[in-house]
Design a protein around this ligand. Sequence first.
Ligand code: SF4
Ligand code: SF4
Length: 371
Amino acid sequence: MKEKLTKAEEREFAQELVQKIGELAATTGRKLRFMEVCGTHTVAIFRAGLRQMLPETVELVSGPGCPVCVTPDDYMDKAIAYAQRDDVIIATFGDMLKVPGSKSSLNEAKTGGADIRIVYSPMDSIAIAKDNPDKKVIFLAVGFETTAPTAAATVLAAEQQGITNLFMLSAQKLVPPVMEVLLNDEEVHVDGFILPGHVSVVTGTGVYKPVIEKYHVPGVVTGFEPVQILRGLYRLVQQVVKGEAKVENEYTDVVKPEGNPVSMAITNKVYEPCDTGWRGMGVVPLSGLKMRDEYARFDIEEVLPVEVETITKKTACRCGEVLRGIVTPKECPLFGKACVPTHAIGPCMVSVEGVCAAWYKYGQGRFAYGK
Ligand code: SF4
Ligand code: SF4
């Protein structure tokens, strides 16, 4: 294929790929189900209308790919409890304000007078800490392997600059352990994974190998263009047909097998794996990152522990099942009625990378690729 395709060529190529995927999938005599575990893939798939283009024998389901969506209630309850202290400034990405905790949200805390600042990078919280030496500045470190190096670099920069009033409330998460949980879940059925592009830029492709081989389920790393995703899907179907289960890379321009060793080294210097809670999946062993003892003074939960009572809400929100790919948002009774992006009931409707938000925006396939 030449370097850059025109839109018309791209459309034609996509349609050819869809046909090849359909023909090959038909040889298995059953329906194949593939899961993307990256919120940007979810949005890219919807934006291009790929679900609608594929034959009925190939189904795409979304998994726990959005860091905001998988952050559980008790983390939000802690963030709100810290926010309500007079001596604290919370620094956070904007999406987190609307995520419900078990009783309220950061938005409500802000309306009640809490000092909550929106930042675009963890590094922005350093300036806030310098400008407010009498306050504890807490950055809400939420994300996957992609964001962990920047959070870790912020801690290292704070250490180097002698900043003593900057802390992290960490909910960093790792993708491979949660893939294993999904594969052990009897309600979840997947024939292969579309592996995340951005996470893999940092981690490389080797991190998925143990789980892919142990459960004999194929995985392909892809980019975010419709044709790249379809090429990844074709390789997944090929593996299923051949009875193979390996990690393949359809994003070789960007993702190297070894990932980004510099970023990984920064993350590993500051963090170590720990058990952590995921919305809808409970506590998953070694699926999170906590600060090593040498950096514990930057961990607000070590420095200033907070007790919260997280209540189990009675709600019709089905985020927990949506995140495991067991139900689609349309099966939630609140979808598009009580729960819309401007009034989100659950976190999957809050973030632009959330599955419910993507269904709401693109679910009718009105931007279907190829039309
Ligand atoms: S952080 Fe990157 S890899 Fe993770 S969901 Fe977002 S875009 Fe995908
Ligand atoms: S539509 Fe709203 S209430 Fe229903 S599962 Fe999604 S986020 Fe939860």
